[in-house]
Design a protein around this ligand. Sequence first.
Ligand code: PEP
Length: 255
Amino acid sequence: MNKKLRKAVIAGNWKMNKTRPEAFDLIEAIKPLAANADCEVVVCVPFTNLETAVNAVKGTNIRVGAQNCHFEKSGAFTGEISADMLAELGVEYVVLGHSERRQYFAETDETVNKRLKAALAAGLKPIVCVGELLWERECGITDEVLGKQCKLDFYGISADDMRKTVIAYEPVWAIGTGKTATAEQAEEACAYIRSVIAKLFGKDVADAVTVQYGGSMNAKNAAELLSKENVDGGLIGGASLKAPDFGEIIKAANG
Ligand code: PEP
């Protein structure tokens, strides 16, 4: 396994935050902090901010992502947005299967898998979130949970498409709670996920695939987490809403 084969991806998940003027201001503040980044910098903004964000990042190295997409191309799905609609807008990334979607919006591994296929078909780069509940960790079944999610979420995709997919290891107990996994726990889980990908898609794909850590990553703990061999970046919620903090995480990813 070789960390140097992979480019770190530092992605902010803004969740349901920021109006359009606020989004514009935050991107303007992030621009200079991302300007010399070795890593890929992504802002995953609410649907209403996508066009603002796509225009604001023109000519910079910041990429724009959405936080979900529907699996059908079009049709009677009130309130939903298709992958094609995102791609047409100039969006490059899309977060799929975030634990908040799984918890509050009945998202399942089956629908994550369908959304993943739709996103890949539209040419988007998916960031697929997997992770165990606290109860599952306490019961000692973290590996089983991660293995099952990877098998189901990535079912039926090609090795080439797997290479284009970013995996975010997000222990559910660490999201928005201020409780971060230790760097050792993050490394262990990310390495396990990579071993599952190796079994499913081969070692070359596993070596190439980006596996991020997400869960209360911040300006203080980022460097230690990102120093781990199998942690290739971060999916960051709360700390991505403060430009200086997000800037520190980008700096930590640059090494
Ligand atoms: C997230 O939203 O994916 C996340 C990791 O949130 P936070 O950084 O706030 O825990």
